[in-house]
Design a protein around this ligand. Structure first.
Ligand code: GRG
Length: 291
C-alpha cells in the first residue's frame, strides 16, 4: 500500500466532512470559535485510526465518518481547554494562535463546550449501523472522554503538578489523558465493523500500546522537536516542571521504550493479516513523526 496516498485521502474525507458539518450554523459567534480550532488542520489521527480499524475487519472506513469526526471534535475541545490560562496556558496550537488568544477566555471555554456537545449529536447522526451497536459505541466514547478516561487523566495531571511521580503513576495518568481517546477510536471502529471478542481484545491491547508509544514520542518531541514543525513551542514540559517519560527514563531510555512499545503494538495486529497494513503504518508514523 502507498500509505502517504492512503493517509492523504483519509484526511481529505475527514476535512470535507468537518467543513460541511460546521457549515450548519448555531445561533451565535461560538460557531466561529469552534470552527477556528476544528478546521485548523491537525493530524486527524484519531478518526483515521477509527476508519483503519474498521478496514482491518474488512469494512469501508469512510462509512463511519460521523462517529470518526465526532471523536475529532472531542479531541479538539480538549486541546482548546488544555491551552487555557488556567490549564497549560499556551499561545500556539496547530500553527496558529490558541483559541482564547483570538476569541478571549470565556468564548474559548464555550467553543470547547460546543464541540464536546456537537460531537455526540454528530456521532448519533451515523447511519447504516444497528441502533444497539451505535449506542454502545457512543457510550464507550463518553467513558473514554470523561472522568474514567481523558478528563480523569487530566485531573491526575493537575494533581501531579510540581511533584515527582512514579513510572506507574505516569502510565496511569497518560492512559487516561492520551490513551483513552486512542482506545475510543479503535474500539469504536471495531464495534462498528462487527469485531469478534477475540478481535476486540487484540485491538484494545493494540490501542493501549499505541497510545503509550504516541505519548512517549510526544515527550521526546517536547525536548528535541522543531517548534515550527510542531506548530507550538517546545520545552513546555520542562518549563512546567512536569514528570515525563524523558525526565523519568532519560532521552535514550524513552526512545528505547517507545521502540519496544511499538513492537508490542504491532504484534497485536498479527491475527488481522494484510488488512491491518494501514494500522501498522499509522503505528510507525505516530512514532517517527515530527509533529
Ligand atoms: C482539558 C479535558 C482536557 C483534557 C486535555 C489533550 C489533552 C487532554 C492535553 C493536551 C496536552 C498534550 C500535549 C497531551 C499529549 C498528547 C496529545 C493529546 C497531543 C495532541 O494530540 P495530536 O498530536 O494533535 O494528535 P493534533 O493537533 O495533530 O490533532
Amino acid at each position: 500500500m502507498d500509505f502517504a496516498v492512503y493517509y492523504d485521502n483519509q484526511r481529505k474525507l475527514i476535512e470535507n466532512f468537518l467543513e460541511t458539518r460546521m457549515a450548519k450554523k448555531g445561533i451565535s459567534k461560538v460557531d466561529d470559535a469552534m470552527a477556528y480550532s476544528l478546521l485548523a488542520g491537525g493530524k486527524r489521527i484519531r478518526p483515521v485510526l477509527l476508519m483503519a480499524t474498521a478496514e482491518a475487519l474488512g469494512k469501508k472506513g469512510y462509512n463511519y465518518l460521523p462517529v470518526a469526526c465526532g471523536l475529532e471534535m472531542i479531541h479538539t475541545y480538549s486541546l482548546i481547554h488544555d491551552d487555557l490560562p488556567c490549564m497549560d496556558d499556551d499561545d500556539y496550537r496547530r500553527g496558529r494562535l490558541t483559541n482564547h488568544k483570538v476569541f478571549g477566555e470565556a468564548m474559548a471555554v464555550l467553543a470547547g463546550d460546543g464541540l464536546l456537545t456537537l460531537a455526540f449529536e454528530v456521532m448519533l447522526e451515523q447511519k447504516n449501523v444497528e441502533s444497539a451497536v451505535l449506542i454502545e459505541v457512543v457510550r464507550e466514547m463518553a467513558m473514554c472522554a470523561g472522568n474514567y478516561g481523558m478528563v480523569g487523566g487530566q485531573g491526575l495531571d493537575l494533581e501531579a503538578e510540581g511533584k515527582e511521580i512514579s513510572a506507574e503513576e505516569l502510565r496511569k495518568l497518560h492512559a487516561g489523558k492520551t490513551g483513552a481517546l486512542f482506545i475510543g477510536a479503535v474500539r469504536g471502529g471495531a464495534h462498528l465493523a462487527g469485531a469478534t471478542d477475540e478481535q476486540l481484545l487484540a485491538l484494545t491491547k493494540f490501542a493501549d500500546l499505541l497510545g503509550l508509544a504516541f505519548q512517549i514520542t510526544d515527550d521526546i518531541l517536547d525536548v528535541e522537536g522543531d517548534a515550527e514543525a510542531m506548530g507550538k513551542p517546545v520545552g513546555s514540559d520542562a518549563k512546567n516542571q512536569k514528570s515525563t517519560y524523558v525526565s523519568l527514563y532519560s532521552l535514550e531510555g524513552a526512545k528505547a521504550l517507545a521502540a519496544k512499545t511499538v513492537d508490542e503494538a504491532l504484534q497485536c495486529l498479527e491475527i488481522f493479516g494484510d488488512k491491518a497494513d494501514a494500522l501498522r503504518e499509522i503505528t510507525k508514523l505516530m512514532c517517527n513523526r515530527k509533529n
